[in-house]
Design a protein around this ligand. Structure first.
Ligand SMILES: NC(=O)C1=CN([C@@H]2O[C@H](COP(=O)(O)OP(=O)(O)OC[C@H]3O[C@@H](n4cnc5c(N)ncnc54)[C@H](OP(=O)(O)O)[C@@H]3O)[C@@H](O)[C@H]2O)C=CC1
Ligand SMILES: CC(=O)N[C@@H](CCC(=O)OP(=O)(O)O)C(=O)O
Length: 351
């Protein structure tokens, strides 16, 4: 099946090209950009797979026209936030399936969208028709979907790290999430704060109290979340560290258990919860981002500290793969009825 990728000159778009190069059923026929229009993929992206290296970046109008005339059935959008909502109404008329990596269609409620994104949504009626594409949270509605909203990178890590504890009724209503992202999470922009000279030998928090991913985590988990993102001096990767208070029922249930038995119980809880999920790795020790680099895997670990009465749940993923392009292809596979891991079977890189 042919597809088109809008924003293929950006980091998430380039990662889509990398993942789709290994896909047996989906091939990239057309790519779009903005500043890169007139150049070919291989000019910009030297590691591009040979069959896409020669594709020219098209502007939005030319790309839509190609999709229409060539009847391209699948479209990925990897555009800066806010662009997809202007494009999707037209694309709905000319293609069968749209998988959007941006935040435009993740929040169903237009008022909540306005509150967290600071602007009115331009097509609020379409918000409800989009399916939220985090398969490990829910696969409902993804098969055959016309419009999939791929979740945010931080919410994917934090949601998957906490969900088994939440579903089991082990945690109270308020959690704290500290998460660090590699610099590719900010996209390919040339802003001075993302230059190597600025990020190397630095580690800092940003977006305090108001980061837009907070609302996504709160919705996924039905919890109140205090979220602090950090910028880490690495290219790729996210590590989310989540602190949760236990419920009395958890304390009662585990009062006679040793620390090791509590650890075993938590490990089994995570294994059971994700027993049918291809990409979840339940770790027996705290995971790092290098263990998931370039893969669609998310590595999870949870423990409980009796002294301070807190759970600590960790989630590590690659922001460009499971946090963006990999999860998008995982969703496209479900939409189209392919095996969920087609194109995503790559092993990690070590060291
Ligand atoms: N980076 C990440 O880790 C993640 C990103 N995402 C989401 O994916 C989307 C893309 O992010 P990312 O790849 O990081 O961003 P980049 O800034 O790296 O890339 C943006 C892409 O969009 C193109 N573009 C910019 N403005 C326009 C426009 N007005 N019309 C058409 N094309 C345009 C750019 O083209 P050109 O370069 O040719 O100007 C480029 O191809 C965003 O919505 C982001 O939030 C989601 C999860 C994680
Ligand atoms: C390091 C960095 O700046 N990260 C970005 C999040 C990554 C991203 O692109 O967010 P979406 O998944 O919502 O598209 C940020 O904090 O805004």
């Amino acid at each position: 099946m042919q597809c088109a990728v809008f924003g293929a000159s950006g980091y998430a778009g380039a990662e889509l090209l990398r993942v789709l190069a290994r896909h047996p059923n989906i091939s990239v026929a057309f790519v779009g950009g903005k500043g890169s229009v007139g150049r070919a993929v291989g000019d910009l992206y030297e590691a591009a797979p040979p069959d896409v290296a020669s594709l020219p970046y098209l502007d939005i109008d030319d790309l839509i026209q190609k999709i229409e005339t060539e009847r391209v059935p699948l479209v990925f959008l990897a555009l800066p936030h806010g662009e997809s909502q202007n494009l999707v109404p037209k694309l709905m008329e000319v293609t069968d399936h749209i998988v959007d990596l941006a935040a435009d269609f993740r929040i169903k409620d237009p008022e909540l969208y306005k509150l967290w994104y600071g602007e009115e949504h331009s097509c609020p009626t379409l918000l409800k028709s989009a399916v939220y594409g985090m398969p490990e949270l829910s696969r409902d509605g993804i098969a055959g979907a016309k419009l999939v909203a791929v979740p945010g990178c931080y919410p994917t890590a934090a949601t998957l790290a906490m969900k088994p504890l939440v579903n089991r009724g082990f945690v109270g209503k308020r959690v704290v999430v500290d998460a660090a992202s590699g610099v590719s999470g900010a996209g390919r922009s040339l802003k001075p704060e993302y230059l190597a000279m600025s990020v190397e030998e630095d580690f800092r928090a940003y977006g305090l109290l108001r980061h837009r991913h907070t609302v996504e985590m709160e919705h996924n988990l039905d919890l109140s979340v205090l979220f602090t993102p950090h910028l880490a001096p690495m290219k790729r990767g996210i590590l989310a560290t989540c602190y949760l208070e236990p419920t009395q029922s958890f304390l009662d249930e585990t009062s006679d258990l040793s620390q090791q038995e509590v650890q075993d119980l938590l490990y089994e809880l995570y294994q059971d919860h994700y027993s049918s999920d291809h990409f979840v790795r339940c770790s027996t020790r705290p995971p790092g981002t290098s263990s998931v680099y370039g893969t669609n895997n998310v590595a999870l670990y949870a423990t409980f500290d009796r002294r301070t009465r807190r759970f600590v749940a960790l989630g590590a993923l690659d922001n460009l793969t499971k946090g963006a392009a990999g999860q998008a292809v995982q969703c496209a596979n479900i939409v189209l009825g392919y095996d969920e891991d087609e194109g995503l079977k790559e092993m990690g890189v070590w060291p």
